[in-house]
Design a protein around this ligand. Structure first.
Ligand code: DQA
Length: 147
């Protein structure tokens, strides 16, 4: 049976395709969602893909994942990556495997993007491969869940 997996996206990622294409590429979030669902199918993962601009909604979705038998989470928390103790705590609170994802290589950008509150609570981090970061994360999450 397919194992449920969440792909959660934070603020401004709904603007992908139009937002700073030199940094984030021209792929839209809807296209990334379709690619995640397809990659999930290859691994027998049932992918639910969501985006919110609100920190507390992301916290609620992490709790929901734990309460509904989701096997693991891929999280691009956007700018909340660099600010959110609440998301760090939520990940620690649920104990599910979380893979942190970024389209851009945040370490090659401004210093304020070099620190992540997500990384210390995450099983691993994939960044810098544009939209493909998400598909790599699905591969990694499938490996983690089945291990
Ligand atoms: C991002 C990187 C963050 O620093 C930024 O705030 C984003 C997108 C990425 O996917 O590259 O919103 O998470």
């Amino acid at each position: 049976m397919a194992i449920p997996a969440f792909v959660l996206n934070g603020p401004n990622l709904n603007r992908l395709g139009k937002r700073e294409p030199a940094i984030y590429g021209s792929t839209t979030l809807d296209e990334i969602a379709a690619r995640c669902v397809a990659a999930g199918k290859r691994h027998d993962l049932d992918v639910t893909f969501r985006q919110s601009n609100h920190e507390g909604v992301l916290v609620d979705w992490i709790h929901e994942a734990a309460d509904t038998g989701v096997g693991g989470i891929i999280l691009n928390a956007g700018a909340y990556t660099h600010t959110s103790v609440a998301l760090h705590d939520a990940i620690r609170a649920v104990g599910l495997p979380v893979i942190e994802v970024h389209l851009s290589n945040v370490h090659a950008r401004e210093a304020f993007r070099h620190h992540s509150y997500i990384s210390p609570a995450a099983a691993g981090v994939i960044l810098g491969f544009g939209a493909a970061s998400y598909e790599l994360a699905i591969d990694a999450l499938a490996g983690l869940i089945r291990r």
